[in-house]
Design a protein around this ligand. Structure first.
Ligand SMILES: Cc1cc2nc3c(=O)[nH]c(=O)nc-3n(C[C@H](O)[C@H](O)[C@H](O)COP(=O)(O)O)c2cc1C
Length: 244
């Protein structure tokens, strides 16, 4: 089960000294954050709103991921804004870039080189792609998840972990509806669901576990990850040079 960042995790970072540490749901309490900063790591925080971006800047992060409504996986929303107010990438990136004086990393439904060029044009310094890499042979996902990336729409659900996250429809969501009030809070729902999920997956039914994906999933290409990265970089540079 995923647990909050604690003193043991801080000690692990002090030992390993990774160059970058990225937090998704806000930041750890100040004494723990100070320990991470003192390792020399660059710290990245995730913002889904302008308020969150400013909050992260005030606490001294080095860069901000601007994660939009369309992104696959968990929304990093942490200051209590309503999910109904969630911003799309085309609004979020320029608004965050104008509001903070830190590098902004755009994340959410960037599916190909056109999306990367658009995000950079909107004010991002870099991009973060998740779903595009689910198509690569390196991604350890079920064949069902892989196939459905091309065919099944995504939605926000809290059934899988208790936190709102974007993924593909499946049996559990179809039976119960995507969002239920009685689901245990994040991350407890995943433990509660685990026996049912394990039993279902033995029968090759993958709709009782998360099949995370962002809205641009059907744009994906099944290339090895290194080739995909090179193809995306070259394609983006070609677009930006054409438009320069
Ligand atoms: C399968 C999957 C797993 C993810 N797991 C994490 C995670 O563990 N921590 C995290 O910060 N973000 C996670 N994300 C979210 C990404 O950091 C990022 O916000 C998102 O992938 C960007 O949108 P895109 O998927 O449309 O490219 C995950 C995304 C996907 C698709």
């Amino acid at each position: 089960m995923r647990l909050p960042f604690d003193a043991r995790m801080a000690a692990t970072l002090e030992h390993l000294k990774p160059p970058v540490v990225s937090f998704h749901f806000g930041l750890p309490p100040e004494p723990l954050l100070a320990r991470v900063k003192s390792t020399g790591a660059r710290i990245i925080g995730n913002a889904t709103t302008l308020e969150e971006a400013r909050w992260l800047e005030e606490r001294g992060v080095d860069a901000i991921v601007a994660q939009s409504f369309e992104a696959g996986g968990h929304s990093g929303r942490f200051l209590g804004s309503s999910p109904a107010e969630a911003l799309g990438l085309f609004a979020l990136v320029p608004l965050v870039a104008d509001s903070v004086s830190l590098p902004v990393i755009a994340a959410g439904a960037i599916g190909d080189e056109r999306g990367i060029a658009a995000a950079l044009t909107l004010g991002a310094s870099a991009v973060q792609l998740g779903t595009a890499y689910l198509h690569t042979p390196e991604a350890r996902i079920s064949d069902v998840h892989r196939e459905r990336l091309f065919t099944v729409p995504t939605l926000f659900t809290n059934l899988m972990t208790g936190g709102l996250a974007r993924g593909l429809r499946g049996r559990l969501i179809d039976e119960l509806g995507p969002v239920r009030g009685e689901v245990p809070p994040y991350p407890l729902a995943s433990e509660a669901l685990a026996p049912l999920r394990a039993a279902a997956e033995k029968q090759h039914e993958y709709g009782f576990g998360p099949m995370w994906a962002g809205q641009s999933a059907p744009l994906g290409r099944p290339l090895p990850a290194a080739d995909l990265t090179r193809t995306l970089a070259a394609g983006t540079l070609a677009i930006l040079r054409r438009e320069a």
